[in-house]
Design a protein around this ligand. Structure first.
Ligand code: PGA
Ligand code: ZN
Length: 432
């Protein structure tokens, strides 16, 4: 076993929206190879690590990543040559140093993350470890845990041509005793939602993460359809299945900071948004709300947290962008009580692992998440299990780019039989 890096090589591949992304291979002297590709968001937060795109309008509408690929094959490959892949922290620090900018905008966070993740895979292969085991070692957690999933059922926002104002309505299995049981429960809800849409003459075409895009006129109408779908599946809303919402409110914000609900024909200020969400929580079994307000609306976020934080999980995605300083501010100011964790918002594997630890120490929940533009890479499943993050959000139970991650969870469960986090992980779960 010689875990020194022999070579690093990247290429441009396509993601689930048919857009270019970076895939990297890290080869060790002992012949083991780790491969990883990076996803891409549609409703990206402005503080995210920088996704380097070529901006050549003649090629993939300006979305090519050939410069990021060249950065891996050139500068990064040279810097990593003969480095020990087991020294993941040093490698991640070296990549950050080499880039030299706060948001990895010179080399590209897509270039840096692909190499960071591929390094972990190569090290795991060399030591005959499963990836989640390698991640667990880096995270220093007691042991792996199977995460509670929140699963996309209905979509709007930037994931479905703005067919609804809020971006995603998700189902959380509340009674399942294992990940396999959880997946089965949600598969029933997803199928019932399709039948429900069909009966109502609503579209059954897929949104970006494999959910439905019924184009309903309001959040309440979408919540009604969630209730109906859960019941239609023979399950009890609030007991067997809870509801989560990703408002993705940053993408609703106008230049004056207010929130435009285009489908409802209303413009709300922060407090009116809070009122609307309080109404949802009062009338529906909503257990989690993500990005209920915009990424820089810290004052309103504080009020939202004191109003609803005792009753539901309030998750910061664009708000925190998996960034330790933004999370530290949230902790200091009692904003939100949960964090969405996206490795490509952060830029490196150990940076992402450390962010999870920072949140956990403060008592915030952590939800490891995929992006709306994904590849067949299932790294996110191992990341959630290995760090014992507790929750995972990886899209609906349709299309290979999302289903592959659920399948990886099922395989990991079979291999290690780690305890299933279950619904107890949710802070302040609301019961009806
Ligand atoms: P994104 O969406 O990947 O398009 O940012 C996912 C989310 O908002 O959680
Ligand atoms: Zn989100």
């Amino acid at each position: 076993m010689n875990t020194r890096v022999r070579g690093v090589r990247a290429r441009q591949i396509l993601d689930s929206r048919g857009r270019p992304t970076v895939e990297a291979d890290v080869e060790l002297v002992d012949g083991n190879v780790g491969r990883a590709s990076v996803p891409s968001g549609a409703s990206a937060g402005s503080a995210e690590a920088h996704e380097l795109r070529d901006a050549d309008p003649a090629v993939y509408e300006g979305l090519g990543v050939l410069q990021a690929v060249a950065n891996v094959n050139g500068e990064i490959a040279k810097a990593l040559s003969a480095r020990d892949a087991l020294a993941q922290r040093e490698i991640d620090a070296l990549l950050i140093d080499l880039d030299g900018t706060p948001r990895l905008s010179r080399l590209g966070a897509n270039a840096v993350l692909a190499v960071s993740l591929a390094t972990a895979r190569a090290a795991a292969a060399s030591r005959h470890q499963a990836l989640y085991e390698r991640i667990g070692e880096l995270a220093g957690v007691d042991g792996p845990a199977m995460p509670l999933p929140m699963v996309n059922i209905l979509s709007g926002g930037l994931h479905a041509s703005r067919g609804m104002d809020a971006q995603d309505f998700l189902a959380i299995p509340a009674r399942a005793a294992s990940i396999a049981d959880a997946v089965h429960t949600i598969a029933r809800v997803r199928a019932a939602a399709s039948d429900e849409a069909q009966d109502r003459g609503l579209p059954t075409l897929l949104a970006d993460e494999g959910g439905l895009s019924p184009g309903l006129e309001s959040g309440r109408a979408a919540l009604q359809m969630m209730l109906r779908s859960i019941e239609r599946a023979g399950l009890r809303p609030g007991e067997d299945v809870l509801i989560a919402i990703d408002v993705a409110a940053t993408s609703l914000q106008q230049p004056d900071g207010r929130y435009r609900l285009a489908r409802e024909g209303r413009v709300l200020d922060g407090d009116e948004m809070i009122e609307m969400m309080a109404g949802w929580v009062r009338d529906f079994p909503v257990a989690s709300i993500e990005d209920g307000l915009g990424e820089d609306d810290w004052d309103a976020w504080r009020r939202l947290t004191s109003r609803l934080g005792g009753a539901v999980q309030l998750v910061g995605d664009d708000l925190f962008t998996t960034h330790p300083k933004r999370l530290a501010r949230g902790l200091r100011e009692s904003v939100a009580n949960g964090v969405l964790v996206k490795a490509n918002q952060n830029g490196t594997l150990t940076g992402t692992i450390d962010l999870i630890a920072q949140a956990r120490t403060a008592g915030y929940t952590t939800i490891v998440s995929a992006r709306s533009g994904e590849t067949e890479d299932t790294f996110v499943a191992d990341l959630a299990v290995g760090t014992a993050a507790g929750q995972i959000k990886i899209g609906s139970l349709r299309t290979s780019s999302t289903v592959s991650k659920y399948n990886q969870l099922l395989r990991i469960d079979e291999a290690c039989g780690a305890p299933y986090a279950g619904v107890a992980i949710l802070t302040g779960r609301k019961s009806r």
